[in-house]
Unconditional design. Structure first.
Lengths: 114, 113
C-alpha cells in the first residue's frame, strides 16, 4: 500500500492562469474523491468518481473546474482562469467498495493564486 | 442540508489529561458519523466511525458514541499523550460507505509534556 499520491505538493500561479493537479489513488481502489480545504475550515466535497465515471459534482465545482479519470486509475483536476478565491488545499482520496473500507487521503496540493 | 459543528480550538492540554472534543450535527435521515485526524505533515486519516444510533466507535484509546437524541458524536480520550497532538475533524455522510463527507471546521489539539 503506497498510499494516495498527489502532485504537485505546492503550486503558485498568477490569477487567470490554468492549473492541473494529479492524483494517483491506491491501486485497487475504484472510488476517487476530490475535496477542497481552505484555511481554518474542514474539507469540502467537490466530486466523486467510481472507476472512470464521474458520478457526482458539488455546486462548489464551477464551470472553471473540470475533473477527469480517463482510465479509472489516476485523476486530474483542472482549474481554468484561476481566481484568488481558488487558493486552497486540494485533497484527493480513494476507497474500495468494501463495506468497511476506509477513505484514504493524500497529502494534498496547496494552490496559491497571486 | 447536512452540517457539522465542532468545538472551536485550539485546545492545549498536559500529558495524561482528559480530552473531550464536542461535535453536533444536523442531518436528514440516519447519517454515519466519523472522526478524522490529521497529524503534523500528514494526510487526513480515519480515527473512528459509527454507523447507527448508540454505536460506539473506538481506536487508539479514543471513543465516541453516536447519540441520536442529542445529535452528537463527542470525541473523548482518558489520558492523552504528546503524540496525540493533531487536528481532529468530525464528519458525517448519508450512507456508511458514502464518502461524500460533510466536515466540521476542525479542532487543533496540542499536548504538552
Amino acid at each position: 500500500d503506497t498510499g494516495v499520491s498527489q502532485d504537485p505538493r505546492h503550486k503558485i500561479t498568477k490569477r487567470g492562469q490554468n492549473v492541473t493537479f494529479r492524483c494517483d489513488p491506491i491501486s485497487e481502489h475504484n472510488r476517487l474523491y476530490w475535496y477542497r480545504q481552505t484555511l481554518g475550515q474542514g474539507p469540502e466535497f467537490l466530486t466523486y468518481f467510481q472507476n472512470e465515471a464521474q458520478l457526482e459534482k458539488s455546486r462548489l465545482l464551477s464551470d472553471r473546474f473540470s475533473a477527469e479519470r480517463p482510465k479509472g486509475s489516476f485523476s486530474t483536476l483542472e482549474i481554468q482562469r484561476t481566481e484568488q478565491g481558488d487558493s486552497a488545499m486540494y485533497l484527493c482520496a480513494s476507497s474500495s467498495p468494501g463495506e468497511n473500507s476506509p477513505l484514504h487521503f493524500g497529502n494534498g496540493t496547496r494552490l496559491t493564486v497571486t | 442540508g447536512n452540517s457539522v459543528t465542532q468545538m472551536e480550538g485550539p485546545v492545549t492540554l498536559s500529558e495524561e489529561a482528559f480530552l473531550t472534543i464536542n461535535c453536533t450535527y444536523t442531518a436528514t435521515g440516519y447519517p454515519s458519523l466519523f472522526w478524522y485526524v490529521q497529524y503534523p505533515g500528514e494526510g487526513l486519516q480515519l480515527l473512528l466511525k459509527a454507523t447507527k444510533a448508540d454505536d460506539k466507535g473506538s481506536n487508539k484509546g479514543f471513543e465516541a458514541t453516536y447519540r441520536k437524541e442529542t445529535t452528537s458524536f463527542h470525541l473523548e480520550k482518558g489520558s492523552v499523550q504528546v503524540s496525540d497532538s493533531a487536528v481532529y475533524f468530525c464528519a458525517l455522510s448519508d450512507l456508511p460507505n458514502d464518502y461524500k463527507l460533510s466536515f466540521g471546521a476542525g479542532t487543533t489539539v496540542t499536548v504538552r509534556a
